[in-house]
Design a binder for this molecule. Sequence first.
Ligand SMILES: O=C(O)[C@H](O)COP(=O)(O)O
Length: 225
Amino acid sequence: MPTLVLLRHGQSAWNLENRFTGWWDVNLTDKGIAEATAAGTAMAAAGLDFDIAFTSVQTRAIRTLNLALEAMDRLWLPVTKNWQLNERHYGGLTGLDKAETAAEHGDDQVRIWRRSFDVPPPPLAPGSPYDLSADRRYAGIAIPAAESLKDTIARVLPYWEGAIVPELRAGKRVIVAAHGNSLRALVKHLSGISDADIVSEEIPTGRPMVYDLADDLTAIGRRYL
Ligand SMILES: O=C(O)[C@H](O)COP(=O)(O)O
């Protein structure tokens, strides 16, 4: 049976501060570090092992993966990093306080921005301090001005099909360390969740999600460790 584990990064500095983060690169908090290490310990205790790992180009996911693999004595595993596993781009909301934004625009609007299938947040304003176009990790990439979940799916799924599925088909045991919404994109696809029902899918920080996959990679079920 193919092995696939999805792991959202541990608590980040802006998770703690309740700020919209998206593509902005923030680090883990001490709690996030502990969550990542505990995730690795739990995976090892559950008898899980991996042959290859995938993550985004964002520090919080990369460090979470490294800490989890370190706890499993597997820091030597091959790791592939790709921007297509990044968090969804929060556009003009990047850096804002989530509660203050809800007080200004209303809870319903903020829920739509955060959880709807196809409504993107407002675009990043020109000249924003959160503009990443000069960041060389994104050289040659058309950085979006904002992304809905639908937009996120449109760049996560080609990566899933093109880079991750071939490894699973070759019998490799795979861990993907990524983000709340890039993983919602993947879970929506794998578990066949409707556009309406994906609104209530929440993925907690630092908890390994183990997929039960049939040999043809059809999802039979999923559970958190
Ligand atoms: O980008 C962020 O702010 C978080 O990683 C996820 O935020 P959300 O819970 O608003 O989707």
